[in-house]
Write a protein that binds this ligand. Structure first.
Ligand SMILES: Cc1cc2nc3c(=O)[nH]c(=O)nc-3n(C[C@H](O)[C@H](O)[C@H](O)COP(=O)(O)OP(=O)(O)OC[C@H]3O[C@@H](n4cnc5c(N)ncnc54)[C@H](O)[C@@H]3O)c2cc1C
Length: 99
């Protein structure tokens, strides 16, 4: 990465005071996240290909919650998915968020 970044910023390597290499295996060791995977946020582009699956599933009463479900990764989004599912459970399948 440093070599590639040096194309944009010549001499970068000599200017670094320190750096640390953290692989997905390091993340897995430190956090317990399977495969070192960090859930990515949902991005509204590319024809919806970067969105996470919806919170409701084909199985009635089964919902998905957390960083790998809609609206995506990150603590705020993981919490938001819980709020969305609570709404789906309490108000039913037409729930579209707070109004
Ligand atoms: C290194 C790292 C840095 C991050 N930094 C940020 C950041 O700065 N800001 C940010 O917003 N997000 C950050 N995230 C992302 C954020 O932590 C996750 O997106 C979020 O925690 C996902 O929430 P979750 O509830 O889906 O999963 P988790 O937080 O992983 O929670 C899953 C829970 O389920 C429990 N569990 C698993 N299996 C079972 C089982 N069989 N029975 C009972 N319990 C079980 C686990 O112990 C865990 O407590 C970071 C993630 C990582 C790995």
């Amino acid at each position: 990465m440093i070599t590639v970044a040096e194309h944009a910023l010549p001499g970068l390597r000599d200017r670094l005071l320190w750096h640390e290499v953290r692989t997905p295996a390091d993340i897995a060791d430190a956090t317990g996240a399977e495969g070192g995977a960090v859930p990515f946020p949902a991005l509204a582009a590319a024809g919806g290909r970067l969105l996470h699956p919806s919170n409701s599933t084909r199985v009635p009463g089964l919902f998905t919650v957390g960083g790998w479900a809609h609206p995506g990764g990150g603590l705020p989004h993981a919490g938001m998915s819980g709020a969305l599912v609570a709404g789906l459970i309490v108000e039913g399948p037409d729930f579209r968020g707070s109004r």
